[in-house]
Design a protein around this ligand. Structure first.
Ligand code: URP
Ligand code: ZN
Ligand code: ZN
Length: 463
């Protein structure tokens, strides 16, 4: 069926104007005024609202075996939560452990999502070891449409890789035009600091941050940037959390290293004082890199405003209170992760755009367009133009609400942003022309989401 979204103000990364949007067969076909409509066209009135391209979350964990347990969401719960918050596409980390077979893991992750997602999705392929089979397996995965790799320089012996493996991954990425995302912390130093802190009785969640201090992340970022520079590959730093790491990444970018930077919702809004609360209250806020001293917030917002920080993801990774409690005796056993897939858009709008920290175009760019460009989805996703998928968010800037675990859609028993106020929300959300959310209620097809096959987009030339 055809769809018309009328009377709204279209906002993209570089333009803002009033026009109506006409959609046929999942695609935007016309933008203008007084458009002729075939009989039966569904009409959405967006008066008083902004119309943004569907938001893209470049960093989520949904199926995730990790730290002796599994993240709580299913693709159904996470994708509905995503849509309720205005996210129409997410890119999930496929994270085999070092013991797992890469290709089998890739098919397992795909199977988990297939016919179980309400929004569109893609994967970053985790490269967590390099053996005789790895290269041919990765070539098959890229040929299947997963054209980004992910490496961990943290989590020694589980996901973490060695220098030779990092080099080989980046060389293959360069050859194939595939971008490599990296969790940048120095695994060796983290491991030593963890052992030391536990040995002197510092076992509570407040010691998580001191076990992986800012310098450790800066060192990991520096190392990754050096490898990206030397291999002439294209790199993407995930969940950059603090000023020293930002300085390392920015220096590399400024000397021409092809490095993009992502920061995630918790690092803009939360700080490490939350891990000084009693018991499980503190454990809720354990993620890696850790929540930092709040003086880092200013650097992140400045970096986002200037565009040095390219994208905003969430690192959505829900573990419930019972799972968090596994770390009662040692902070090293607290499953790492904070959810946020549903809250990203309205909180970044409230704390970023409403306060004047970023303008509306940077907001759309960082939460949608730039991820689409970096990960081979543009212009199918990430913009509003004839020929693009009709993933549209009618964003109501007059909405006022309070975030609460009681109304969230992610499958978890706490919300890290409990009682945060929001100004503005996604009131109508479409996925390829189908209304999935209306007036803030999920009304759509739970299994509409499709796997997005992506072509490699990087430069494959030169040594
Ligand atoms: O704490 C985090 N970030 N958990 C998820 C795994 C990762 O490092 O991204
Ligand atoms: Zn990570
Ligand atoms: Zn992550």
């Amino acid at each position: 069926m055809a769809l018309l979204i009328q009377n709204g103000e279209i906002v993209t990364a570089d333009s803002r104007y009033f026009a109506d949007i006409f959609v046929e067969d999942e695609t935007i076909t016309r933008i203008g005024s007084n458009l002729e409509l075939p009989p039966g066209t569904e009409v959405v009135d967006a008066r008083g609202c902004l119309i943004c391209p569907g938001f893209i979350n470049p960093h989520v964990h949904i199926y995730l075996p990790f730290m002796a347990t599994f993240a709580k969401d299913t693709h159904e719960t996470a994708s509905i939560a995503a849509l309720m918050g205005g996210t129409t596409t997410f890119i999930e980390m496929c994270c085999p452990s070092r013991l797992d077979h890469a290709l089998d893991s890739y098919y397992l992750w795909k199977e988990k999502a297939h016919n179980h997602s309400a929004c569109d999705y893609a994967f970053h392929m985790g490269v967590t070891r390099w053996n005789d089979e790895t290269e041919s397996q990765l070539r098959r995965i890229v040929a299947d449409g997963t054209s980004s790799f992910k490496v961990f320089l943290a989590y020694k012996n589980f996901f973490g890789i060695e220098d030779t493996e990092l080099f080989q991954t980046l060389r293959l990425g360069k050859e194939m035009g595939v971008i490599t995302a990296a969790h940048c912390e120095n695994a060796e130093i983290v491991s030593r600091l963890q052992t030391y802190l536990l040995s002197v009785g510092k076992t509570g969640p407040e010691w998580h941050e001191p076990s992986r201090p800012e310098t450790v992340e800066a060192a990991g970022t520096h190392r990754f940037a050096a490898f990206v520079e030397l291999t002439k590959a294209q790199g993407y730093v995930v969940h950059l959390s603090c000023a020293p790491a930002l300085e390392e990444a920015a220096r590399a970018k400024q000397r021409g290293v092809r490095l993009a930077i992502e920061s995630v919702l918790p690092h803009f809004l939360l700080d490490n004082s939350l891990t000084e609360q009693p018991g499980v209250e503190a454990m809720k806020y354990v993620m890696s890199p850790p929540l930092r001293d709040r003086r880092n917030h200013r650097s992140l917002w400045n970096g986002l405003r200037s565009g040095i920080i390219d994208t905003v993801g969430t690192d959505h990774c829900p573990f419930d209170l019972a799972q968090k409690g596994l770390g009662e005796l040692a902070f090293t056993d607290i499953p790492n992760g904070i959810p946020g897939i549903e809250e990203r858009v309205s909180l970044m709008y409230t704390r970023g755009v409403v306060t004047g920290q970023i303008d509306i175009h940077r907001f759309v760019d960082a939460l949608s367009t730039r991820a689409a460009k970096l990960f081979g989805l543009f212009p199918r996703k990430g913009t509003i133009a004839p020929g693009s998928d009709a993933d549209l968010v009618v964003f109501d800037p007059t909405y006022r609400g309070i975030i609460s675990v009681k109304t969230q859609h992610t499958q978890n028993d706490y919300n890290a942003f409990e009682e945060f106020g929001v100004k503005g929300r996604a009131s109508v959300v479409t996925v390829r022309g189908k209304v999935q959310v209306r007036d803030g209620v999920f009304v759509g097809d739970r299994f509409r989401g499709r796997f997005l096959a992506r072509e490699p987009i990087g430069d494959t030339h030169g040594e």
